[in-house]
Design a protein. Structure first.
Length: 218
């Protein structure tokens, strides 16, 4: 399953294990997704992580547009990531990232904020894109990757002001962290050191992540 393969790559990069596979939680019915969406500003999107918490119990579903998944299955980004499938790849990866981060922290009984989910997803897009391109034979990270993910980011006009601020801040901080990682790669830092940096970052809390990025960027 493509989605499970992408989940496995994330878990390998961050050296984590979760007890659930994302494919088992995916739904494609847009009407059902709209009914399950209990957020304050529900929007029609090709990807949504739907969460319902009742005490210590958490119900989770990941809505992904069925046509998007079919396109990714036809042009598998694990084997060839290019202009034809990269946007769909980033959309699906955002949902997978949210799912993995939520489940990983839930297994340790640690709450996560919406900001943490967005920040980690923005980082994961850069990291897994660079990783797959390397696996596919690319000798260097394309210079345009950072710009297309962060410098060229567009935000949904339907977002409320506080939501827009969260997305903007997550994008800005992820851009700083990704730039640091890119410098590490270009300076030929060992893969072990880079992996350790990524794994430590993944395990930080909301405010620890912000402090870490500001220190690295400084």
């Amino acid at each position: 399953m493509l989605l499970n393969k992408l989940q496995a790559h994330l878990e390998d990069i961050y050296e984590i294990q979760t007890q659930h596979r994302v494919h088992d939680f995916v739904i494609h019915d847009a009407t059902l997704a709209a009914w399950l969406d209990n957020s304050g500003n529900a929007r029609e999107l090709p990807e949504k992580l739907l969460i319902h918490q009742d005490g210590d119990n958490i119900d989770v579903a990941l809505y992904l547009d069925e046509q998007l998944i079919k396109r990714l299955e036809q042009y598998d980004p694990v084997f060839q990531l290019n202009d034809r499938n990269i946007h769909d790849f980033w959309v699906a990866l955002e949902g997978i990232s949210h799912f993995v981060y939520l489940i990983y922290n839930a297994e340790f009984q640690r709450a996560v904020s919406l900001f943490e989910l967005e920040l980690q997803a923005e980082v994961d897009k850069y990291i897994l894109t660079a990783y797959l391109l390397g696996q596919q034979g690319s000798e260097a990270i394309p210079r345009s990757l950072h710009y297309h993910l962060y410098g060229n980011a567009e935000f949904d006009r339907r977002l409320q002001e506080h939501e827009l601020h969260r997305y903007y801040q997550a994008n800005e901080l992820a851009a700083k962290f990704a730039a640091f990682i890119e410098c590490c790669i270009n300076s030929r830092m060992s893969n072990r050191k880079i992996a350790n940096t990524l794994r430590r970052f993944y395990r930080l809390t909301h405010h620890q992540k912000i402090r870490s990025i500001m220190q690295l960027a400084g």
